[in-house]
Design a protein around this ligand. Structure first.
Ligand code: DHK
Length: 148
């Protein structure tokens, strides 16, 4: 990874995108999301390192890997959004901009999804815009580079 790489991290159950609760998360698969991100990044001469894990510690390791020297991190932490102090601490230690993404509108769902441990440590949020939100997150990170 280098400063032209956007690290896109996906948390638990996002490997099931397209099959899992399509009425909430839509019909696109994670491979479709990777394609969206890659195309968005390419418009700015950026590349994407796209990953998914069901394991909290792996996500922490990956945030640490991308915390400096990259163009930024796009993070959909799935269920860990609402539970993980460890992931919050990792994001808090990042020196690059971080964007919190959620496919669904977490504020319009169950009460327990309304709180995010990540919201105040992330620099930008794209919530409830479907999978297109990932491309918006990449666009935002590219915009930050132009301003820097
Ligand atoms: C994805 C999940 O897996 C849930 O646990 C979150 C998020 C919402 C999303 O909308 O992308 O609560």
């Amino acid at each position: 990874m280098d400063d032209r790489t956007v690290l896109v991290l996906n948390g638990p159950n996002l490997n099931l995108l397209g099959e899992r609760e399509p009425e909430v998360y839509g019909h696109d698969t994670l491979a479709d999301v990777e394609r969206l991100c890659t195309e968005a990044a390419a418009r700015y001469g950026l590349t994407v390192d796209f990953r998914q894990s069901n394991h909290e510690g792996t996500l922490v390791d990956w945030v640490q890997e991308g915390r400096s020297g990259t163009a930024g991190i796009v993070l959909n932490a799935g269920g860990y959004t609402h539970t993980s102090v460890a992931l919050r601490d990792a994001v808090s230690a990042a020196r690059v901009p971080c964007v919190e993404v959620h496919i669904s509108d977490i504020h319009a769902r169950e009460e327990f999804r309304r709180f995010s441990y990540l919201s105040d440590v992330c620099d930008h949020h794209v919530i409830g815009h479907g999978v297109a939100g990932y491309a918006e997150a990449v666009d935002w990170l590219a915009g930050q580079r132009r301003q820097a």
